[in-house]
Design a protein around this ligand. Structure first.
Ligand code: 5GP
Ligand code: ZN
Length: 117
């Protein structure tokens, strides 16, 4: 069923506490933790506790939860005192998605190039 935990999902395991992570924020519906391979001084992943495969699936199934995720991204940026930052949702393997549980990358603390690689 949509939103149910998935047995083979790494981020569901982080939500359940079965895989350790450096958690920086948690709400009733979301968890934010530091990326294990940071690409910027701040590199935090914000995820819904419920399992959806990508941002579009989340937004379609539960728009309020998608909004929670974006608010939490701002809260992470505020905590790290970032004036500007980037939110990235890699969607699909060709775009670099490797974990198929919706996650917003919050990246900041250094200059950013555009277009991204
Ligand atoms: P994606 O490539 O799917 O957009 O992003 C997945 C992210 O998860 C990558 O940036 C990767 O470094 C991060 N990641 C993969 N495994 C772990 C883990 O076990 N713990 C944490 N904290 N991050 C992870
Ligand atoms: Zn999951």
């Amino acid at each position: 069923m949509a939103g149910e935990p998935k047995d083979d999902c790494l981020f569901c395991k982080i939500v359940e506490g079965h895989v350790p992570a450096t958690i920086v924020r948690e709400t009733d519906t979301t968890v934010a933790f530091r990326d294990i391979n940071p690409q910027a001084p701040t590199h935090v992943l914000v995820i819904p506790k419920a399992h959806y495969k990508d941002a579009a699936a989340l937004a379609t199934a539960d728009p309020a939860l998608a909004a929670d995720l974006l608010r939490e991204a701002q809260a992470v940026a505020d905590e790290d005192k970032l004036e500007s930052y980037r939110i990235v949702f890699n969607t699909g393997a060709g775009a670099g998605q490797t974990v198929f549980h919706t996650h917003a990358h919050v990246l900041g603390g250094r200059g950013m190039q555009w277009p991204p690689g």
